[in-house]
Design a protein. Structure first.
Length: 392
């Protein structure tokens, strides 16, 4: 007789999460080898895998269902002139794609990667062409209108990696709001900076809009003057960040005490432009980023930023998409927590300063990280806040 407790249809990470009593994010981290899940969580997940007979190789099911075993990934490429110090091998998109690829390989899937220009007039047919060659699609940014997205989602499952979920699609993102709140509080409340500016990313980016809105609200709540607007519009590139700073200085405008950049690439350009004009970071102007790409810790001074779990973000995007492909079920909105990484570009120039700045938030401690930076885990998925003081 068949086991009455056995679920009908293929098992997914949702079944494993339910059996183990953990989130799908925890299951994904354990199965894909991402992050540092607790030993107890890992044991519960692996036990649930054993109890359910969960098989991660989907090749046999793909043959029976007529799947291509291919997922398409589309990102928007910049059209700006390459900044001389910008290392393209360490960009945010590349690390996410690595996470997608690793998770896909473990399921026996291949990854088809394509790009579209920001000013490309044929985005919809190009994305549709990729969708026609794949079982599902992961889009790095909102490159299509809502109606365009819905048309594509009518042919294959779609996961987006920006903003908030759209009806009929799935979305995986990091907690922009929590990260920006922690960053602004550190600059205004901990350092006492009274003027702060937000050097934005592309204006049509949902992540950029979420960060800007939170930046303005948090600066106001802490009594700081917030600067933003057309003169502070960047484009997520180092060249864009340098262009904004040079334009402001050429017009003899006074800079704010701290500049919050939409991402690390922008901060790289800002720091380069400031140095060329004889303006010291952080003594004259503090600078922060968002993402924590690998090069951030090697800048001079090392960059204070928000760390997004980039590779985990990619792996989670694939897992959500795979569940939708396999079962027709997919989590509509997954939010991953972020960390405030405190280095020297904000004005924290010693371990003592980092300790004083972070002890206001929490007294819990976590294992030290490798680059000597203090850190705080922030985000809505986990209520628990941890603090990390390296070398302490």
């Amino acid at each position: 007789m068949p086991d009455p407790k056995r679920q009908k249809g293929p098992l997914t990470i949702y079944d494993v999460a339910s059996r183990a009593g953990v989130s799908i994010a925890s299951v994904s981290r354990v199965l894909n080898g991402q992050g540092t899940p607790r030993a107890a969580t890992r044991e519960r997940v692996l036990q649930a895998v054993t109890d359910l007979g969960f098989v991660r190789d989907g090749a046999a099911r793909a043959l029976s269902n007529g799947l291509k075993e291919v997922v398409g990934v589309v990102f928007r490429r910049g059209d700006e002139t390459l900044f001389e110090d910008e290392d393209e091998s360490l960009l945010f998109i590349d690390v996410i794609n690595r996470g997608i690829d690793v998770a896909a390989q473990r399921r026996g899937f291949d990854v088809l990667i394509s790009s579209v220009g920001y000013n490309d007039e044929n985005v919809t047919p190009r994305v549709a062409a990729v969708a026609g060659k794949a079982d599902g699609l992961i889009l790095h940014d909102r490159m299509l209108s809502s109606s365009g997205l819905n048309r594509i989602a009518g042919t294959v499952p779609v996961v987006t990696l920006a903003g908030t979920p759209t009806r009929g699609l799935m979305n995986v993102r990091c907690d922009n709001e929590a990260g920006m709140r922690a960053l602004v509080r550190h600059l205004v409340a901990d350092h006492g900076y009274s003027t702060v500016a937000y050097l934005s990313g592309r204006t049509d980016s949902p992540d950029n809009r979420a960060r800007l809105k939170t930046f303005e609200a948090e600066a106001a709540a802490n009594g700081a003057e917030a600067q933003a607007g057309p003169e502070w519009h960047g484009n997520y590139s180092a060249a864009g960040g340098a262009r904004v700073i040079n334009a402001l200085l050429d017009e003899h405008q006074e800079l704010p005490r701290a500049i919050v950049c939409a991402n690390d690439q922008t901060a790289l350009g800002v720091m380069h432009a400031l140095a060329r004009r004889g303006i010291r970071v952080p003594q004259d102007v503090a600078v922060t980023g968002f993402d924590d790409v690998p090069v951030a810790r090697h800048l001079h001074p090392p960059l204070t930023t928000i760390r997004q779990p980039m590779q985990e973000l990619g792996a989670m995007a694939f897992d959500v998409l795979y569940s939708k492909i396999s079962t027709g079920k997919g989590e509509p909105d997954v939010v991953l927590p972020v960390q405030l990484i405190i280095r020297e570009s904000c004005g924290c120039t010693s371990r003592a300063n980092r300790t004083n700045a972070t002890e206001k938030e929490s007294t819990a401690t976590a294992p030290a990280s490798s680059d000597g930076a203090g850190s705080r885990l922030v985000g809505r998925r986990f209520a628990r806040t941890t603090q990390n003081l390296d070398g302490a």
